[in-house]
Design a protein around this ligand. Structure first.
Ligand code: URP
Ligand code: ZN
Ligand code: ZN
Length: 464
């Protein structure tokens, strides 16, 4: 059905103006100062956006949905994850394919794609995880890029013996990435140092979730970013440091960018909103807040926001990785290294970024749109996404900047059994969310009625 959004204040990465938007056949087809509704087809859905911002649909560049990890599986599937995303204003996401160490890349890609296809309500793509890089993997990865529209790889420097990639493989992968124009995203933490420190702490009887952060301090992450940047410099590859959590890592990234390394930086909302004291809560409550890199000392918050405001950091994702508190997080009751890592926030990201960033005066509205949408579209080649312009996909968020609400497990769409932001009072909410011209969320409720309408966004490499 055609869609008319009237009287809204359109905010994009660069522009800020009042206009009406008309959408037909899944795209934005007109943007004019005033569009007369009587000239439009009778079945046009009209939305009054008076007093509202009109943003491009938000994009989460870092989510885990199908995730076999640390002896269990993440709790959401694409139906629940994409429902949560959309209600929170996110109209497209990029999921990490995380193959098992002995799994063939093509098998892993097919496995992840089979979970999303026909189930996701929003459009999606994948970062193709690479855990080993032999000749067979090389050929299959080439095919995943050229035949299946995947234009980014993902490597883990952390998670020793499970997902971590060797230096030899990393160097070769980056070399191929450069040749194919594929950007490589990386979890930057030194796996060997973490492993040694974890064993030492456990040997001293330090087994609770509060020891997770001390087992992987900021130096471990800064070294990871430095390592990635060095390999990128040597190979000429373009790289992207995911979930950058601390000032020390940002300093490494800034220095690399200054010397011309093609390095982009992502922050994720838990690191901007929470700190390590959450993981120190008694009665094992802290396990809800175990993720990697860990929540840091609050003194890192200002440098993280400053990096976003200055453009050192390009994107804010979630690293949504949902594991239940009861039955999953408690696998690590006697050993913090066994707590499934992750803090879910796919529904909360946009409102938290708006509150802690825009409303708190740390970033302006354009930086907000860039960080939560446009930059991800540009860096990862999500054509038609991340902007409001004629010809773009009609992924639109009508945002009520004054709506007051409280975050809670009771109102979340994700299947996980807790909310890391329980009781937080926020102002601002996605009132109407459209995916390719169809209203999918209204007033905080999911109203999509077509299962699996989301599509794989085929991408073309651009990072030569
Ligand atoms: O704690 C996290 N981040 N869990 C998901 C896996 C990853 O490292 O991204
Ligand atoms: Zn990670
Ligand atoms: Zn992740």
């Amino acid at each position: 059905m055609p869609l008319l959004i009237q009287n809204g204040r359109i905010i994009t990465a660069e522009a800020d103006y009042h206009a009406d938007i008309y959408c037909a056949d899944e795209q934005i087809t007109r943007i004019e100062e005033s569009i007369d509704p009587t000239t439009l087809p009778d079945d046009t859905v009209a939305i009054d956006a008076t007093g509202r911002y009109v943003f491009p649909g938000f994009i989460d560049p870092h989510v885990h949905v199908h995730l076999p990890f640390m002896g269990t599986f993440a709790k959401d599937d694409h139906e629940s994850a994409s429902r949560a995303a959309i209600v929170g204003g996110t109209t497209a996401y990029i999921e990490m394919v995380c193959p098992a160490p002995d799994q063939e890349p093509m098998d892993a890609f097919n496995e992840w794609q089979s979970k999303a296809q026909g189930n996701s309500h929003c459009d999606y793509s994948f970062h193709m995880g690479v855990v080993r890089f032999d000749e067979q993997a090389r050929q299959q990865l080439r095919s995943i890029v050229t035949d299946h529209g995947i234009a980014s790889f993902k490597v883990f420097m952390a998670y020793k013996g499970a997902l971590d990639i060797s230096d030899e493989n990393l160097f070769d992968l980056l070399t191929m990435g450069k040749e194919l124009g594929v950007i490589t995203t990386a979890h930057c933490e030194n796996a060997t140092a973490i492993d040694s420190m974890q064993r030492k702490l456990l040997g001293e009887g330090k087994t609770g979730p509060e020891w997770h952060e001390p087992s992987r301090p900021v130096q471990v992450e800064a070294e990871g970013v430095h390592h990635l940047a060095t390999f990128a410099e040597l190979t000429g590859a373009h790289v992207y440091a995911v979930h950058t959590s601390c000032a020390a890592a940002i300093d490494e990234a800034r220095a690399a960018q200054a010397r011309g390394v093609k390095l982009w930086v992502e922050s994720v909302i838990p690191h901007l909103a929470l700190d390590h004291t959450y993981a120190e809560q008694p009665e094992y409550e802290g396990a809800k807040f175990v993720m990697s890199p860990p929540l840091r000392d609050r003194s890192n918050h200002d440098p993280l926001w400053a990096a976003l405001a200055s453009g050192v950091t390009s994107t804010v994702g979630t690293d949504h990785a949902p594991f239940d508190f009861h039955g999953q997080k408690d696998m690590g009751k006697d050993d913090f290294t066994r707590i499934p890592n992750g803090i879910p926030s796919i529904q909360e990201r946009v409102d938290l970024l708006y509150n802690l960033g825009v409303r708190a005066g740390r970033i302006d509205l354009h930086t907000f749109v860039r960080a939560a949408s446009t930059n991800a579209a540009q860096i990862f080649g999500l054509k038609g996404k991340g902007t409001i312009t004629v010809g773009a996909d009609a992924d639109i968020v009508v945002y009520d900047p004054e709506y007051r609400h409280t975050l809670s497990v009771k109102t979340q769409q994700s299947s996980v059994d807790y909310n890391a932001f329980e009781g937080w009072e926020l102002t601002g909410r996605s009132e109407i969310v459209t995916v390719r011209g169809k209203v999918m969320a209204r007033d905080g409720a999911f109203v999509g009625n077509e299962a699996g309408r989301g599509r794989l966004i085929e991408r073309t490499p651009t990072h030569f």
